[in-house]
Design a protein around this ligand. Structure first.
Ligand SMILES: Nc1ncnc2c1ncn2[C@@H]1O[C@H](COP(=O)(O)OP(=O)(O)OP(=O)(O)O)[C@@H](O)[C@H]1O
Ligand SMILES: [Mg+2]
Length: 288
């Protein structure tokens, strides 16, 4: 099979908007996401429930079309893909682990059969495919249940199997939605180790939703989504606010709850390397 050229940036989102529902009953899940993930990077998506994390993952996987904005994944414009090309993207280039582990698997197929099936698009040959299957199932601690039907595995086993299936074809991009939510600390570490090793040995780019700070900190960047926007980004133990394209910044919740509650009038005073925010004095704020 021809080797596809890898794009410099695996993910590029510009002003990504997602609105669900029909006229009069719309839910705006994403309100303009700008995000670039260079090839080989590892990103944890954090944020409260309902913030839009799964929605963003579905868009990156080509499972949904954005309402507005530009989206490029593995060098392809997802906006322009028809269903078939989007499926092709997932078969060849993008491994996906959805939030509900059962949805990632063929329930009537065995665990080993699921991993074999995922490799078919690359035509690796039966022996190579079996070797990879054994290797992945062993690494996930699933050797014992290799011949059990996926639908009969426990939630945690299904979750580990889903990660093995998503990585089976050595994807350029792994998208995983809370892949460790049903796992104990030891199994969670096994999953993270396998994902990191795919990143290190194959250069797989990783975007993973997680609520677990230990998992989040094991990746290079953290992106916090709040209310459908990129609110903050963490790198090397530092947390930064992100200025969005309309100039808005999401203040941390502790600031909103204490010094600058919503509606506060503030002055932005430029300094040598940034800006200071000052609350208006009572005489400036006529409403006070
Ligand atoms: N198919 C849908 N139809 C209508 N609204 C939806 C749909 N899917 C998600 N939403 C809404 O979009 C918003 C974002 O949902 P999303 O599932 O992306 O959040 P999340 O950050 O993944 O949350 P969680 O941490 O609970 O999984 C929520 O308000 C949700 O109710
Ligand atoms: Mg979710």
């Amino acid at each position: 099979m021809a080797v596809r050229e890898r794009a410099e940036d695996t993910v590029r989102c510009e002003g990504l908007v997602q609105v669900y529902g029909t006229l009069g009953q719309e839910v705006t899940a994403l309100r303009g996401i700008d995000l670039t993930v260079p090839a080989g990077d590892t990103v944890a998506l954090l944020g409260p429930s309902g913030a839009g994390k799964s929605t963003l993952l579905w868009l990156l996987a080509g499972l949904l079309k954005p309402t507005a904005g530009r989206l490029e994944v593995c060098g392809r414009r997802v906006n322009d893909l028809n269903r078939r090309s989007a499926a092709d993207l997932r078969l060849h280039d993008v491994g996906v682990v959805l939030q509900n582990p059962g949805r990632n698997l063929l329930a009537n197929e065995t665990a080993a059969g699921n991993v074999m099936f995922a490799q078919r698009p690359a035509h690796p040959g039966r022996a190579a495919s079996r070797r990879r299957t054994d290797e992945l199932l062993e690494a996930m601690g699933l050797g014992r249940v290799a011949h059990r039907q996926a639908g009969r595995l426990s939630g945690g086993e299904q979750q580990r199997l889903a990660v093995a299936v998503a990585l089976a074809n050595r994807p350029q991009l792994l998208l995983a939605d809370e892949p460790t939510s049903q796992l104990d600390r030891t199994s969670a570490s096994t999953v993270i180790d396998l994902i990191r090793s795919a990143n290190e040995s194959e250069g797989t780019t990783v975007v993973m939703v997680t609520h677990d700070p230990v998992v989040g900190n094991s990746l290079r960047r953290t992106i916090t989504i709040r209310d459908g926007r990129v609110g903050a980004e963490g790198q090397a133990g530092q947390e930064y606010l992100v200025v969005s394209r309309d100039g808005s910044v999401q203040l941390p919740s502790e600031v909103l709850e204490t010094t600058l509650p919503p509606g506060t009038l503030i002055r932005a005073v430029p300094t040598a390397d940034g800006v200071q925010l000052h609350r208006a004095r009572p005489e400036e704020d006529e409403r006070a």
